[in-house]
Design a protein. Structure first.
Length: 335
């Protein structure tokens, strides 16, 4: 071992000591944590209570996003598609911080962040395939029949309204644009809902301070009605919208019996959009409690899209009850 006399400089000593510590630094031990498999661990009821979805609905969704979630590298400990989907659904259903989801899943916080973003994008890519406004004659007739059965209001293609999804303050010069009339920061999300509470159109790109009528007037759906692409039916909106040939609103001051009956039928028929917002926010608390992600990131929009998409698939899958069977796969280790 090298020795140093009084004439040795402090710089040389520190340099040699640094090299010694660098070469003899103990390597970090790679730890492997257990990963539980919710599909096999919980019963159907326990699974639904924790993840807000039926098992067959999750497997249906997994079939459609499986290829997008496969890892190209076969490294040890890589998360399988089902594990990635479970982590994301746990985050959606709990409305909790990512650190809590990481502890439950046995992964790191950074892994949860990456997985939630990846799965969210994969589900959002299915939006155009499933959230479709009725345009064919057969689809229109089925939609009108379902709405007519509620309160005998004819020709209805959808009920339209907006809801606020709380977000963190983005700060900056445009931060106050996200503050809505109720005083908190949010995104104002427009949706058109059918009689069975499924979403047929969604617009999720406007500040919380934007008026509902402004969102609709700038939407593609409005342009399709204005251009005559969609005809033969109506949307039902509340008093915040302007009454148009294709968008019917309640009579502000009904004076005749006919106007009163119109308002009664209109309110009862349009109520489905209010109930749909309540169901989705109850099922996925992160939409009610607030999204703890940066507003500028496109992830925030994907959250809204796939939340609405998921509730659509929940209702459709429960009605069809497809026979999806789950075979517990080899559950990898977490790094």
């Amino acid at each position: 071992m090298a020795t140093f006399d009084d004439e040795s400089s402090d710089e040389e000593f520190l340099c040699i000591l640094g090299l010694y510590l660098e070469t003899n630094r103990p390597r970090r031990i790679r730890t492997f944590r257990d990963r539980t498999d919710p599909m096999a661990q919980y019963t159907d009821e326990e699974f639904r209570m924790r993840l807000r979805l039926e098992k067959h609905s999750v497997l249906n969704l997994l079939d459609r996003v499986n290829n997008r979630l496969q890892h190209r590298s076969g490294r040890l400990g890589a998360l399988t598609p089902i594990q990635q989907l479970m982590i994301t659904l746990r985050f959606y259903s709990s409305g909790s911080f990512q650190i809590a989801v990481a502890d439950l899943a046995g992964v790191s916080i950074s892994t949860v962040c990456v997985v939630v973003k990846r799965v969210t994008r994969a589900i959002a890519e299915l939006y155009q395939e499933d959230v479709i406004f009725p345009t064919t004659q057969q689809d229109k007739l089925c939609t009108m029949r379902d709405f007519y059965a509620i309160a005998r209001f004819p020709g209805v293609l959808g009920a339209i309204d907006c809801t606020h999804v709380p977000v963190q303050s983005p700060g900056g010069e445009n931060g106050e644009l996200f503050r809505n009339r109720k005083g908190y920061f949010s995104l104002n999300v427009q949706a058109v809902v059918s009689a069975n509470l499924t979403f047929s159109n969604v617009v999720a790109r406007w500040y919380g301070s934007t008026h509902d009528a402004t969102i609709f007037s700038q939407s593609c759906l409005c342009a399709r009605f204005e251009s005559g692409e969609i005809t033969g039916g109506y949307l039902l909106g509340d008093g915040g919208y302007a009454c148009k040939p294709y968008l019917l609103t309640p009579v502000a001051v009904p004076t005749t019996l006919g106007e009163q009956n119109y308002n009664t039928s209109h309110i009862a028929t349009r109520n489905c959009v209010e109930r749909a917002f309540g169901v989705i926010k109850r099922r996925f608390p992160c939409l009610r409690m607030g999204l703890r992600v940066k507003v500028r990131a496109c992830l925030i929009l994907c959250f809204i899209f796939d939340m609405l998409f998921l509730i659509t698939k929940i209702i459709d899958d429960m009605a069809r009850k497809k026979d999806y069977r789950y075979t517990p796969a080899s559950v990898g280790n977490t790094v």
